[in-house]
Design a protein. Structure first.
Length: 146
Protein backbone atom coordinates (compact mmCIF):
# COMPACT_ATOMS: atom_id res chain seq x y z
CA UNK A 1 0.00 0.00 0.00
CA UNK A 2 2.90 2.36 0.76
CA UNK A 3 4.35 1.77 -2.70
CA UNK A 4 1.05 2.63 -4.38
CA UNK A 5 0.65 5.78 -2.29
CA UNK A 6 4.25 6.75 -3.01
CA UNK A 7 3.78 6.33 -6.77
CA UNK A 8 0.53 8.31 -6.60
CA UNK A 9 2.23 11.13 -4.68
CA UNK A 10 5.18 11.07 -7.11
CA UNK A 11 2.80 11.34 -10.08
CA UNK A 12 0.91 14.23 -8.51
CA UNK A 13 4.15 16.11 -7.83
CA UNK A 14 5.30 15.54 -11.42
CA UNK A 15 1.96 16.78 -12.81
CA UNK A 16 2.08 19.82 -10.55
CA UNK A 17 5.62 20.61 -11.68
CA UNK A 18 4.58 20.27 -15.33
CA UNK A 19 1.76 22.76 -14.77
CA UNK A 20 3.88 25.28 -12.84
CA UNK A 21 7.04 25.10 -14.97
CA UNK A 22 5.09 24.76 -18.22
CA UNK A 23 3.12 27.88 -17.31
CA UNK A 24 6.33 29.77 -16.57
CA UNK A 25 8.42 28.80 -19.60
CA UNK A 26 5.75 27.91 -22.14
CA UNK A 27 4.60 24.76 -23.90
CA UNK A 28 7.34 24.55 -26.53
CA UNK A 29 10.14 25.11 -24.04
CA UNK A 30 8.61 22.43 -21.80
CA UNK A 31 8.53 20.00 -24.72
CA UNK A 32 12.12 20.91 -25.53
CA UNK A 33 13.27 20.24 -21.96
CA UNK A 34 11.43 16.89 -21.83
CA UNK A 35 12.77 15.73 -25.21
CA UNK A 36 16.26 17.05 -24.50
CA UNK A 37 16.44 15.24 -21.18
CA UNK A 38 15.24 12.05 -22.87
CA UNK A 39 18.00 12.28 -25.48
CA UNK A 40 20.56 12.99 -22.74
CA UNK A 41 19.27 9.95 -20.84
CA UNK A 42 19.71 7.67 -23.84
CA UNK A 43 23.25 8.98 -24.35
CA UNK A 44 24.02 8.41 -20.66
CA UNK A 45 22.81 4.82 -20.77
CA UNK A 46 24.76 4.11 -23.95
CA UNK A 47 27.92 5.59 -22.46
CA UNK A 48 27.62 4.32 -18.89
CA UNK A 49 27.78 0.60 -19.49
CA UNK A 50 30.87 0.36 -21.77
CA UNK A 51 32.77 2.85 -19.58
CA UNK A 52 31.95 0.84 -16.47
CA UNK A 53 32.96 -2.41 -18.15
CA UNK A 54 36.36 -1.05 -19.19
CA UNK A 55 37.02 0.26 -15.66
CA UNK A 56 36.05 -3.08 -14.13
CA UNK A 57 38.50 -4.89 -16.42
CA UNK A 58 41.42 -2.62 -15.42
CA UNK A 59 40.76 -2.25 -11.67
CA UNK A 60 40.94 -4.94 -9.03
CA UNK A 61 38.37 -3.29 -6.74
CA UNK A 62 35.33 -3.54 -8.99
CA UNK A 63 32.75 -2.28 -6.49
CA UNK A 64 33.50 1.43 -6.97
CA UNK A 65 33.58 1.63 -10.77
CA UNK A 66 30.66 -0.76 -11.07
CA UNK A 67 28.57 1.28 -8.62
CA UNK A 68 29.39 4.51 -10.50
CA UNK A 69 28.40 2.87 -13.78
CA UNK A 70 25.13 1.59 -12.34
CA UNK A 71 24.27 5.01 -10.88
CA UNK A 72 25.06 6.72 -14.21
CA UNK A 73 22.79 4.20 -15.93
CA UNK A 74 20.07 4.94 -13.36
CA UNK A 75 20.57 8.65 -14.04
CA UNK A 76 20.00 7.93 -17.72
CA UNK A 77 16.78 6.04 -16.98
CA UNK A 78 15.54 8.88 -14.78
CA UNK A 79 16.35 11.40 -17.51
CA UNK A 80 14.39 9.36 -20.05
CA UNK A 81 11.28 9.33 -17.86
CA UNK A 82 9.22 12.46 -18.51
CA UNK A 83 9.04 14.76 -15.53
CA UNK A 84 10.99 17.54 -13.91
CA UNK A 85 11.52 15.81 -10.56
CA UNK A 86 12.94 12.67 -12.20
CA UNK A 87 15.14 14.90 -14.39
CA UNK A 88 16.43 16.74 -11.32
CA UNK A 89 17.27 13.48 -9.55
CA UNK A 90 18.87 12.13 -12.73
CA UNK A 91 21.00 15.25 -13.14
CA UNK A 92 22.06 15.02 -9.48
CA UNK A 93 23.19 11.43 -10.07
CA UNK A 94 25.50 12.68 -12.82
CA UNK A 95 27.55 14.63 -10.25
CA UNK A 96 30.44 12.40 -9.06
CA UNK A 97 30.43 13.80 -5.50
CA UNK A 98 26.77 12.88 -5.04
CA UNK A 99 27.43 9.40 -6.43
CA UNK A 100 30.31 9.01 -3.94
CA UNK A 101 28.00 9.92 -1.03
CA UNK A 102 25.37 7.42 -2.21
CA UNK A 103 27.98 4.68 -2.66
CA UNK A 104 29.45 5.39 0.80
CA UNK A 105 26.00 5.11 2.40
CA UNK A 106 25.27 1.88 0.56
CA UNK A 107 28.63 0.46 1.69
CA UNK A 108 27.83 1.38 5.30
CA UNK A 109 24.46 -0.28 5.12
CA UNK A 110 25.55 -3.35 3.15
CA UNK A 111 29.19 -4.21 3.82
CA UNK A 112 30.89 -5.85 0.86
CA UNK A 113 32.32 -9.29 1.51
CA UNK A 114 34.26 -10.91 -1.27
CA UNK A 115 36.00 -14.22 -1.47
CA UNK A 116 38.18 -15.57 -4.20
CA UNK A 117 37.95 -19.01 -5.75
CA UNK A 118 40.32 -21.60 -4.32
CA UNK A 119 40.71 -25.01 -5.84
CA UNK A 120 40.65 -28.00 -3.53
CA UNK A 121 44.14 -29.10 -2.53
CA UNK A 122 43.53 -32.83 -2.03
CA UNK A 123 41.43 -33.90 -5.03
CA UNK A 124 43.76 -34.72 -7.93
CA UNK A 125 42.31 -36.73 -10.76
CA UNK A 126 44.85 -38.59 -12.86
CA UNK A 127 44.00 -39.24 -16.49
CA UNK A 128 45.48 -40.32 -19.79
CA UNK A 129 45.05 -38.87 -23.25
CA UNK A 130 45.07 -40.87 -26.46
CA UNK A 131 46.18 -39.17 -29.66
CA UNK A 132 44.04 -40.12 -32.66
CA UNK A 133 45.73 -40.54 -36.02
CA UNK A 134 44.78 -38.04 -38.71
CA UNK A 135 43.84 -40.82 -41.15
CA UNK A 136 41.13 -42.04 -38.77
CA UNK A 137 39.64 -38.55 -38.56
CA UNK A 138 39.27 -38.11 -42.34
CA UNK A 139 36.93 -41.07 -42.84
CA UNK A 140 33.30 -39.98 -43.20
CA UNK A 141 30.82 -41.02 -40.61
CA UNK A 142 28.32 -43.76 -41.36
CA UNK A 143 25.57 -41.23 -40.78
CA UNK A 144 26.74 -38.87 -43.52
CA UNK A 145 27.10 -41.44 -46.31
CA UNK A 146 24.43 -41.17 -49.05
Amino acid sequence: MRVILGLLAWSLVEIGLFVVIGGAIGVWATWGVVLGSGVLGVLMIRGAMPAGRSKVIRVEDVAGPLAHSILRGLAGVLLILPGFLTDLIGLCLLIPAIREVIIARIRQRFPLRTSGFQAAQDDIIDGEAIEIEASRLEKPSGWTKP
